[in-house]
Write a protein that binds this ligand. Structure first.
Ligand SMILES: [Zn+2]
Length: 189
């Protein structure tokens, strides 16, 4: 893997890899895709450094970690949502003022019509062959933005609700409630 990193000349990309790898555990193909998707979003939405962003990843695999580290969009700060459709895709939007209920965003996906030009990457993507991460990443860094497609989308921004705390009638534990629930999620499940 170090061999691949050494071939990369873009110093910004190298430093991004160096930040993501300790968090994710290793440089996976998906983590690399997440880094590239983040960079596309940053460029198209003209995001400033440290600007608060929201990411909705359409898979649990690898991609979310790049957005947590590079975009500061985490599970805990509600910047990161995962709607698991098993797709190599992500929707990114920027922060909007509290009275706005919609934000302009971008949906980026790894486009199989475009990965066709890169047989090893394509085989990895479609899972038609066992392809080592090194080989798939080699193609990705060569291709750059060439293998992605994107579209501009409107993202619904939920209205922040007043916090209310209730005690569950069954288990007796306190929980943050949304409406007038009398049972916690554990007890209604
Ligand atoms: Zn309960």
């Amino acid at each position: 893997m170090n061999k691949i990193i050494k071939q990369i000349e873009d110093t910004k990309l190298i430093s991004q890899i160096e930040r993501v790898v300790p968090f994710h555990g290793y440089l996976s193909t998906g983590a690399f895709i997440g880094i590239q998707m983040f960079n596309i979003a940053k460029q198209i939405l003209d995001l400033q450094n440290e600007e608060r962003i929201y990411a909705t990843c359409e898979t649990y695999n690898c991609i979310p970690d790049a957005f947590q580290i590079l975009g500061g969009a985490t599970i805990g700060n509600k910047g990161l949502k995962i709607i698991d459709c098993g797709k190599m895709a992500v929707v990114i939007n920027r922060h909007v003022p509290p009275d706005e209920t919609s934000a302009r965003g971008i949906r980026i996906y790894l486009d199989p019509n475009k990965t066709q030009k890169y047989p090893r990457l394509h085989a990895w993507y479609l899972n038609t062959q066992k392809v080592p991460h090194e080989e798939a990443i080699y193609d990705l860094q060569k291709a750059g933005e060439d293998v992605y497609s994107y579209e501009m989308v409107n993202v619904d921004v939920p209205i922040k609700q007043a916090k209310c705390v209730a005690v569950c009638k069954r288990c007796g534990e306190y929980f943050v409630c949304k409406d007038e629930e009398t049972l916690c999620n554990t007890c209604t499940a």
